[in-house]
Design a protein around this ligand. Structure first.
Ligand code: AHR
Length: 769
């Protein structure tokens, strides 16, 4: 089969005997990239609880997000609103007013998404003459209608509110002003009012964007956020519910402040609003392993309470209002249950003895108290490796219902691993592909993802659930890319992956159908190459000496920030590269890149990645790279200590030695892959059987497809949706999708003939016979 064949024959058969899980496509909401405060949380005030501090981000403090225009404003902590919200602002007017201004999350002021806003704040004063007013004004302008807030001078905290009208401007600021006496201020919230005058909990345009994905479930709150950066940073659901002042804000793992204004209760409300099942993930009693000092576990003596807390979340979600936690939910305004069906234990944890012990304790307690709840285990951060194997083994042993696999991989890896789930054991736990994405927001990544989604759907009897990650990212304030949905204060920018996910959600089938394809071209993976060779050392100055390429000595080089990449003038290098690297200065390690970037594929020996803590052998295809061996723990490159690196290649196998010891012995994955994949499912629409045929073309050529349904010779009609990109590299993170959508109708006799454009996904909803 060669790429010269541009005609594709697709024959759709009968049921393949696999029922597609109704929970297949969901979303994963983690507070990363300002997804909640500054994102989904409709509150426009930044740091309204005055709890920001250096633990959130160096340089931050209680008045971050606020500016003092006149008078004096100090952070206070004596007799706070609550111990959970220990810091407040004291407005100390002098001759004139004490004037505090908040501009929200954007650099140029708050957006103005409504005509009226509800302002609520908590304040106290001891001084009878003290006056508190609040208003909105155009950025840098003046407040036209300030609202005076009635505040008793009894020295107690009071929650008070008022309605404010939008100023006549595209950007605004909130102004809070105290006169004639000190006023303490905390928990300031400004929310757009909806048509019936109620304050919005969620930013509407973001909710609508998520709704268009028709998520069957919402995973929350993490991700890494769940187990936290150290035991004190672990996410505990009980500290995120109840009145706002009782919620415990936390430094966010991703380097900012989380107010918990969107806590567990709001999460359940969101699921309800979206018609999605909640899938909470809780820490399995251990914190993130990537903290200084390594993994830490909740001490054994504190585990019974922690286990009880986890068991209680089920009662909070599902318990009758006369149960202890059901009553708390009812008091929050929701007597009806939230319908929790499953819960995840752990996230990407190291599967070591403390983890296993705690995971088993949680499993046992949940099973005893709530046998109706399905349990999801964890299998490490990569779709292979030690924790992957150990996580799966543990889940099989304990009879866990689903295993949470994660896979952030390159488009090439995704294409090469299409058949991954075809041979999965159908008798053990099912798969929840809880976090996955190709490595960019380009057309190339989105089309690879679409191909993988065909494979996931084909295996949706065993891959019961999948959620791309992360879901949301604020443009200009993000810690992770790619993401499914980018947003600014004013706009929602669905990525190419978002378009693809939407299409799959719209065309979700019930049954997998057999499908035969001929004419699909194959992509081929080139052999690893050792030359040309480039040396890079971001964050270090390294001298490379005793360099030999296939036995030929080369001159010494020094690589530093001024010469960040040096390409060695190597002869055609086929077998062996050796060099001695000595760091002269800096804190990081170094990297040896092998192969010609112009060929599309390179390999890297990475010595001291992840803050000089790991050893990695990685492969990049089409400019996107992934670890293919490692990361292995590493004591770090030391200044002044030479390290001899030898790389030997024998066909697809590469062996890397450090000071004579083998670190990597890896055989490259050279599997070819079909550049066009086709899937078929069926469902019932308005009483008729509809077949959904999905054709993903990840090649550089348009293809003509002839699609027929076995046994049907008469008229065939289909509505088609095509998402096509002009070039594979089109599109980027923080931009709207580079895929273009076209909806059409196709008709034929016995078969449908259509052109499947290069770099596209075509979804045909076929009615035949
Ligand atoms: O989705 C971003 C992060 O990726 C998650 O928090 C973590 O689980 C994974 O490593």
């Amino acid at each position: 089969m060669t790429d010269d064949v541009t005609t594709l024959d697709v024959v759709v058969g009968g049921p393949a005997g696999r029922t597609i899980s109704p929970d297949l496509w969901g979303v994963f909401l983690e507070d990363i990239n300002f997804a909640l405060d500054g994102g989904l949380n409709a509150d426009l005030v930044r740091n309204g609880d005055f709890e920001a501090g250096p633990a959130d981000r160096p340089g931050w403090g209680p008045l971050t997000g606020w500016s003092v225009e006149s008078g004096e404003v100090r952070a206070g902590s004596a007799l706070p609103v609550s111990s959970a919200n220990a810091t407040y602002a004291s407005l100390l007017p002098g001759e004139g007013a004490a004037f505090l201004v908040n501009r929200g999350y954007g650099a140029d002021g708050m957006p103005v998404p409504a005509a009226t806003f509800g302002l609520t704040l908590t304040a106290r004063t001891h001084e009878p003459g003290a006056r508190l007013t609040a208003g909105l004004r155009p950025v840098g302008g003046s407040v036209s209608a300030a609202s005076e807030l009635t505040l008793p001078s009894d020295g107690r905290w009071h929650r008070i509110g008022t309605m404010l009208r939008r100023p006549d401007a595209a950007r605004m600021e909130l102004v809070v002003e105290a006169r004639s006496g000190r006023v303490d201020l905390d928990l300031v919230e400004l929310r757009p009012l909806d048509a019936s005058g109620r304050p919005e909990l969620f930013r509407r345009d973001l909710v609508e964007a998520v709704r268009r994905l028709r998520p069957a479930f919402v995973r929350f709150p993490g991700g890494c956020l769940v187990h936290g950066f150290g035991l004190d940073n672990m996410y505990h659901w009980k500290t995120t519910i109840g009145p706002r002042e009782q919620r415990l804000p936390l430094p966010n793992t991703w380097g900012y402040h989380q107010s918990m204004a969107i806590g567990y209760h709001e999460y359940f409300l969101l699921c309800e609003e979206l018609g999605a099942a909640p899938v909470p993930i809780v820490a399995a009693g251990v914190c993130c392993q990537n903290v200084p000092g390594g993994p830490q576990a909740i001490p054994a003596g504190r585990m019974p309470q922690y286990v009880q807390d986890v068991v209680d979340v089920v009662e909070y979600a599902n318990g009758a209002p006369d149960t202890r936690w059901g009553a708390v939910r009812a008091a929050a305004g929701h007597p009806e249950p939230f319908g929790l069906r499953m819960i995840g234990l752990g996230n990407e944890d190291v599967v070591d003895a403390p983890f296993v012990e705690r995971f088993a304790q949680l499993t046992e307690a949940l099973r005893a108290a709530h046998p109706e709840i399905e349990l999801i285990g964890t299998a490490g951060p990569w779709p292979f490796g030690r924790d992957f194997e150990a996580g799966w083994e543990l889940c099989r042993r304990l009879g866990i219902d689903l295993v949470d696999e994660h896979g952030y991989r390159t488009p090439r890896w995704i294409w090469q691993n299409h058949e991954r789930y075809d041979g999965y054991d159908r008798t053990g736990p099912a798969v929840y592909l809880g976090e996955w994405a190709a490595r960019s927001s380009t057309v190339r990544s989105a089309i690879a993802e679409a191909g993988y989604m065909v494979a996931l759907e084909r295996n949706a009897d065993i891959v019961r659930m999948a959620s791309y990650a992360p879901l949301l990212a604020r443009v200009g304030d993000s810690q992770w890319e790619p993401d499914l949905i980018y947003f600014t204060d004013d706009a929602v920018l669905g990525s190419a992956a978002y378009d693809v996910h939407r299409l799959f959600a719209e065309a979700r089938g019930d049954q997998v159908l057999d499908v035969q394809v001929s004419g699909a071209p194959l992509g081929h993976q080139p052999e690893p190459r050792l030359g040309p060779t480039a040396l890079t050392c971001p964050g270090a100055r390294v001298s490379f000496t005793h360099i030999e390429a296939d036995g030929v000595p080369l001159p010494d080089v020094v690589v530093d920030d001024e010469h960040p990449e040096t390409t060695l003038a190597v002869p055609p290098l086929t077998r062996r590269l050796a060099l001695t690297a000595t760091r002269e200065d800096g804190t990081e390690g170094f990297q040896v890149r092998l192969g010609d970037p112009a060929s599309g594929t390179t390999h890297d020996v990475i010595v001291g990645s992840w803050g000089n803590r790991s050893l990695i052998w990685s492969r990049s295809d089409d400019g996107l790279g992934d670890e293919v061996d490692g990361p292995y723990p590493f004591a770090g490159v030391q200044t002044g200590v030479p390290r001899r690196i030898e790389v030997e290649r024998d066909g697809s196998r590469v062996v890397v030695r450090h000071d004579g010891a083998v670190v990597h012995d890896h055989t490259d994955d050279r599997r070819s892959w079909p550049e066009v994949v086709v899937g078929a499912t069926s469902r019932t629409v308005e009483g008729d059987v509809e077949r959904v045929v999905t054709i993903v073309n990840g090649s550089d050529r348009d293809r003509t497809a002839r699609v027929s349904v076995k046994g049907v010779t008469g008229p065939v009609t289909a509505t088609s949706t095509v998402l096509a990109g002009s070039e594979p590299e089109a599109g980027a993170a923080f931009e709207a999708s580079a895929l273009h959508r076209r909806d059409d109708r196709v008709e034929g006799l016995g078969e449908l003939a259509l052109v499947v454009p290069r770099w596209s996904i075509t979804s045909l909803r076929v009615r035949a016979g």
